[in-house]
Structure formats: C-alpha cells, structure tokens
Design a protein around this ligand. Structure first.
Ligand code: ATP
Ligand code: MG
Length: 553
C-alpha cells in the first residue's frame, strides 16, 4: 500500500507554500484546539496529524490549545486525557494554551467594539433572539436594544462582568447586519452570562465569550497563522474575519476549512460518545469499542497505524464517509511483522492423545513470526493432553471440512499429525473430549512426506497452558437507515462484545499490558490495560486476520 501521501500535496499545503513564498507569513503557526468536554476520537487524530505535520514540513510551530470557553461541560479529566492522547499519537506541541488565558484580553476587545459602536448589550432572551434572526430567505429583525448608547452599553457590559445579572438576562451582541445573507453575521451573540465555576479561572468570571468571537481572538493572541478547522465552520469565516479586523489585533490569522472524518459504524462526536459512557452502554471513554484515541489504544491500535490511516484518507474539501475497515487494514499492516505469532484456544475442547506416554513432555521449537526471523523462536510443550478449538471438530462434517472428525487426520501446528478415534459426550450429548492417536514419525520439521493432510489446526498443552480471557468485538454501532425518531442509541449492536475463556501458550504467563500478538487463525490481540493482572490475562481482539475490504481500490 502506498503511504507516501503524507508528502503529497493537498490544498492547505499549497496555501501555506504560497503564503511563505509571497511573504504573508515568515513562519507558520498552526494549532489543535479541542474543547475539553470529552476524550479525543479518531476524527481529532485527523486534525492533529494535519496541524502538526503541516507545521513540521514547513519549519513551523504547533500549539495545543484547550478551547475552554464553555465551563459547564468541561473538566480537567478531559484536559489531561487530551494531552496524553496527543503525545501518544507522537506529537509534542511548541506552545500550550487555554482560551481562558485570554479572557481578560477578549474582554478588552469587547470594550473596544462597544466604544466603536460595534457591539451592544441586548436584553432579548435566547428564544427571542432565535425568533428574530430570520431565515435563509428572510432577513432578521433588529433588536429593540440595538441602538443603546455607547455609554449605556459600556456600563451594562461592566455590570454583566460584575455579576449584577442572572444567567440569560443579558448578552453582548456584535452589531453587524441583521439583513446579511450569512446568518452568522446577524448580530451574533459574543458574550453570555453563566454563573458557573470554570476549571481554570474558578469564579473569576461570570460572563463567557462565544466560540465565533473567542476563536479568532485566541488564534490572533497566540500568533497562529493558519487556523484549520472543519467544513461546518465555513459559514463562520466572515465572522472570524470581522472579529480580527474590528478588534484590531496585531496578528491576522486566517481560517481554512477541510472535510471532517466520518466513518461507517462510528459515531464521531464527543456529545454522542459521552452519552454512550453516561448511559453505561460502554465501560468508559476507553472502552475498546469506542472510536476514542484511548479506546483504540486499549483495543490495540498503534499510533503508527492511526497516523498512516489519516494520511491515506488525505485532506479534502468535501465531506465523505470512510469505510471503518480501512483503519483495520492499517493496523494489520503495522502488526504483521511486529507481532509475535502464537497459539491461543478461545473455545477449548480437550483432546487426549492415547498413544502418547503418560508423564512425558517434549519441547517443540517454533518460530515467532514466519515472516520476520528477527522475532526469534520459542519452545512449546507438548504432552498427552491438549486443547483444540471446539470449531475445529465436527462429528458429522459437511463436504470439504478438512479439520478434525471421527477417523480423520490433521496436522497440529508445530507438532504431529493426529487422528480422531473416539468422541466422549456428557449426559446432554455435548462433545466434551476427543481421544486421538498421534504418529511420532510426523513431527513438524522432520521432513515426513509419506502422507499429506489437508487441515492444520492450532492447540495448546493442557497441563501447562495459561488460562486467558478473550474479548471479541464487533462494531458498536450498526449502520442502518434510521427510521423517523430514532437516534444512534437505537442502533447499538447487542453483540458488540463477547467474552470467551480459553488458554494461551505457557510462555504468555508474563505478558505486559499493551503487548500485541497474532493468535494463529484468530487475529491480532492486545493485552488489556484495564482488567489484566498477574492472575488474569485479558486479551482484546484488535482485528481479525482478513477483511473483505481492499483498501488499495
Ligand atoms: P465533537 O463534536 O466531537 O465535540 P468538535 O469539532 O466540537 O467535535 P473540538 O474539540 O472542538 O471538537 O475539535 C477540535 C478540533 O478537531 C477542531 O479543529 C475540529 O474541527 C477537529 N475535529 C473534530 N472532529 C473532527 C473530525 N471528525 N474530523 C476531523 N477533524 C475533526
Ligand atoms: Mg464540540
């Protein structure tokens, strides 16, 4: 697969090149500005890579900014998780800011707008403001408070800050144009009253700036040159430019929009993801089924795979939806040579090898990754009792079933041929044990070629295998047409998690959390960081071995 897209051109790179060439900027500064109201998700990874890699390529700088202007939804837990996730993705910021660092300067800019008669205090409530805003085809109506004097506005705004008014009683609005075809320019609210404690500024403020006003100022105060956001902010750009112009900031940042990442079977909004957490559909923001960076990490995705994925999807000007299986393609590619390949039995069925001497154990040598000799070899014990996969036996098999059935011979991976001779069942008729014979001449690596078998199955030694828990995942969200009145919560896949109990090879006794393996025939697995202890090994299925999706198309 071609992963050189990172160095290929996209429209934002062209803009940056031009800006540097014609001297609009000397050095570019980008920023990643999450609101700390949730954990970052794979969509954010796209924005992170874009901002950091762009600055890197052009010798610039990137800031991490917590866009914390909405204190009722924000929390330091989110702030910390965001920093951890950006670093884990492989990026280090050149400057770290909070929007709240600039509250005083933003307030001063608002006073400046009032003095220039470009902002006014409005007593309409939120509903009245909405009702008088007009529509796409009709202009809005001017507020009866629009023509307050500069002195009155200055006085009221000071008193808003001083806490004299209740939440919602007054707002500060930019005085732009109620007839503008762009609704964002119809006297947008730029400050609101909210008597809530802020995780950074405590109770210092009871008025908070609105996104459309705050964001351009944050960019300007930090010296950001290229403010890259997603397409839904395109309509906000005229307001962005208006704020920069009229607040007379020395720096003149510019906003550019690109298409956000959407993925099949995935909800990608912190608000919705929070709902999954709050309603206990998942066991936290880092549940391995979540598309959060922390969930993907716990599932077993690597930063490298995520970076390669977002590079491959590229930077576009129009929205589209990416097949979630494409991300899986990149983790397979990344782990193919890195992950040791070993045997795990997820639904065990005991096999007794009746002609194998009781008490005897032999150690078989197996390579850890047949495609990467650097990963070395290991020893696997083999003795009279082993576990195989329940699926690898059928009492009455259909045609072309090449695994174990009465009378049939198969190869045990890295070991011997065995033939099934007897099936033991319990009272309810379930198969609980198989009796087999092995042929000592067929040892793996011995060059035996007198008989061929069609099936190779995996196994673990019953006496020495390590018990393990396997967490098998399916997409959390089913991609279906939504009926009227339904939300994404009506499309939760009730089979998204299946917990199985089986065994891994004895050399897995000392695995560390986040270690990754390929379990022969099952897929890639990651040692779970939340539930694994010395006594309990929990493996998350990262991805199965094959997918029907061809990412090269
Ligand atoms: P959410 O709805 O998940 O809260 P948001 O856009 O409100 O998303 P922010 O924390 O404000 O989240 O976003 C920080 C940055 O990440 C913004 O520049 C935003 O444009 C970008 N971003 C968010 N979601 C995506 C996405 N799906 N694809 C690309 N970029 C995204
Ligand atoms: Mg948001």
């Amino acid at each position: 697969m071609d992963t050189t897209h990172s160095t290929s051109n996209h429209f934002i790179k062209n803009i940056v090149s031009d800006d540097l060439a014609n001297g609009r900027v000397e050095q570019i500064i980008t920023r990643f500005p999450p609101e700390p109201n949730g954990y970052l998700h794979i969509g954010h990874a796209k924005s992170i890579c874009l901002n950091f890699e762009l600055a890197d390529e052009f010798g610039g700088r990137t800031h991490l900014r917590m866009d914390d202007t909405n204190p009722s939804k924000e929390d330091v837990e989110y702030v910390e998780s965001i920093k951890e996730d950006v670093r884990w993705l492989g990026f280090e910021w050149d400057g770290y800011f909070y929007a709240s660092d600039f509250f005083e300067q933003m307030y001063a800019c608002a006073e400046l707008l009032i003095r220039k008669n470009l902002a006014y205090v409005c007593d309409l409530n939120a509903e009245q403001i909405r009702e008088t805003r007009g529509t796409l085809t009709e202009p809005g109506q001017e507020s009866p408070y629009r023509n307050r004097s500069i002195e009155e506005n200055a006085d009221l705004f000071r008193r808003m800050r001083a806490g004299e008014f209740a939440d919602g009683e007054k707002v500060l609005r930019a005085k732009i144009d109620m007839g503008s075809p762009n609704i964002n320019l119809r006297d947008p609210v730029i400050y609101r009253i909210a008597h809530v404690e802020h995780h950074n500024t405590g109770n210092q403020w009871c008025i908070y700036p609105m996104y459309g006003y705050a964001h351009p100022l944050e960019d300007a105060f930090e010296g950001v040159t290229h403010s890259i956001c997603t397409l839904e902010f395109e309509d906000q750009r005229p307001l962005y430019d208006w704020v920069i112009e009229h607040c007379e900031t020395p720096a003149k940042p510019k906003q550019y929009e690109f298409a956000r990442l959407n993925m099949t079977n995935t909800v990608m909004s912190k608000r919705k993801l929070k709902k999954l957490v709050d309603e206990a559909v998942v066991d936290g923001w880092d549940d391995p089924r979540m598309p959060t960076i922390s969930g993907l990490r716990r599932r077993g995705f690597t930063a490298e795979a995520i970076r390669n994925f977002v590079r491959e999807i590229g930077v576009a000007k129009s929205n589209s939806t990416v097949d979630a299986r494409m991300l899986e393609h990149f983790i397979r590619e990344d782990l193919k040579l890195k992950a040791p390949r070993t045997m795990a039995v997820v639904r065990p069925l005991k096999v007794v090898i009746t002609n194998y001497p009781e008490g005897q154990v032999e150690w078989l040598t197996a390579e850890n990754n047949s495609e990467n000799p650097e990963l070395g070899e290991r020893q696997i014990p083999f003795s009279r009792e082993i576990y195989i996969e329940q699926d690898d036996f059928m009492e009455n098999p259909p045609n072309k079933y090449f695994r174990l059935f009465p009378g049939n011979e198969v190869r045990l991976k890295h070991a011997y041929f065995i033939v099934c001779q007897e099936v033991i069942k319990n009272d309810t008729g379930e198969v609980v044990e198989l009796r087999c014979k092995y042929d000592p001449l067929t040892k793996s690596g011995s060059g035996f070629n007198e008989r061929k078998v069609k099936g190779t199955i995996h196994w673990v030694d019953a006496a020495q295998a390590v018990p393990a828990e396997f967490r098998m995942y399916e997409p959390l969200i089913l991609d279906e047409q939504h009926e009227e009145g339904e939300t994404f919560l009506d499309h939760i896949n009730s089979n998204s998690l299946e917990i199985l109990h089986g065994y891994v090879e004895p050399n897995m006794a000392n695995v560390q959390v986040q270690d990754k393996f390929q379990f022969f025939r099952h897929g890639y697995f990651n040692v779970d960081s939340k539930h694994t202890t010395n006594e309990r090994k929990v493996f998350n299925l990262v991805v199965s071995l094959k997918s029907s999706f061809d990412a090269t198309k």
